[in-house]
Design a protein around this ligand. Structure first.
Ligand code: ADP
Ligand code: MG
Length: 290
């Protein structure tokens, strides 16, 4: 494209809250044939809320919530905030925790009232040799909810179901991308069943679930090795390496600074539709010089 076309394209983007770093980004975006969306905070609002608490026989809800909230009070994960907010609303007395440690893509662990407590997903619990006796997890997950398990020492106390709302424009965005001939993927650290339920809600068929934060970039590189020209859309600190690994990294302006820095394009509003607008803009800009 001519420098003038690029300038016009960039200015038009800025008017609708699409910040494009450098003319090459606009040119490269024109070749994109695959868009990978992060789930939490990108396709969903990223404001998860507790919907259900399930305990094994003999365990009080209050007891489970106190143990979980004690650890989550020291976590920076949105799921942690959901647990703490809910526990407070239920009037639970949240005890102090020590030695709290986040396990990326897994959960959080630490000491509460002299006992080792773990709060996290099934994959992690199974890896740790904990028995997951729960009959309700599949139901939570089929509803697109994240099931967070709680254990004290080697005893599983129960699970907390947490739901995040899909953004109102997500399904429309996916449909428009597909109509443009683009293959759409979802990538997430969440479990397969939860991820697939959310994917179904927005019309995505291609799902990469249970992906550790450190593996997101490798997944993007794998698609590129298969000859795809990939735009990765994300919002979190975890997503920054994947944004950098993609042909085009697109960050939600509502996300973290780290993601913004790693991106080629930033959407200054939280709407997923900005992805369609950015690709249209790129196509229009490049067409002008043909
Ligand atoms: P995403 O890719 O959806 O942003 P993450 O990689 O941050 O997800 O986390 C993946 C999974 O790890 C979560 O769905 C959850 O099961 C578990 N997890 C991570 N951190 C926590 C936490 N603080 N409390 C409970 N579960 C957690
Ligand atoms: Mg995210």
């Amino acid at each position: 494209a001519t420098p003038t076309a690029i300038m016009v394209g960039t200015a038009l983007g800025a008017e609708s809250g699409i910040l494009i770093k450098g003319g090459e980004s606009l040119e490269r975006a024109h070749h994109v044939d695959t868009v990978v969306f992060d789930k939490t905070g990108t396709l969903t609002l990223g404001k998860p809320m507790v919907t259900d608490v399930w305990t094994v026989a003999g365990v009080a809800r209050e007891q489970l919530l106190a143990a979980a909230a004690a650890l989550e009070a020291q976590s920076e994960h949105p799921l942690g905030l959901a647990v703490v907010t809910y526990a407070k609303k239920q009037g639970v007395d949240i005890p102090a925790a020590s030695g709290v440690e986040a396990v990326p893509g897994r959960g959080v662990q630490g000491m509460v009232n002299g006992a080792a407590v773990r709060v996290g997903n099934r994959t992690w619990f199974l890896e740790q040799g904990l028995t997951v006796p729960d009959p309700v997890l599949p139901a939570f997950e089929q509803a697109g909810k994240t099931a967070v398990l709680v254990a004290r020492e080697d005893e599983v106390l129960g699970a907390i179901a947490i739901a995040d709302t899909v953004k109102p424009d997500a399904a429309g965005t996916v449909k428009q991308l597909r109509d443009m001939g683009i293959e759409v993927w979802m990538i997430t650290g969440d479990q397969a069943r939860t991820a697939e339920a959310v994917a179904r809600q927005v019309g995505i068929d291609n799902v990469m679930a249970g992906v550790l934060p450190s593996d997101k970039a490798a997944k993007v590189e794998e698609l590129r090795r298969h000859g795809r020209v990939v735009a990765m859309v994300g919002d979190g600190i975890n997503d920054a390496p994947a944004l950098a690994a993609a042909d085009i990294g697109i960050a939600m302006g509502t996300g973290t600074d780290v993601a913004l820095e790693a991106a080629d394009i930033a959407l200054m509003h939280g709407r997923t539709h900005g992805v369609v607008e950015a690709l249209h803009l790129s196509r229009a800009t490049l067409r002008k010089i043909r």
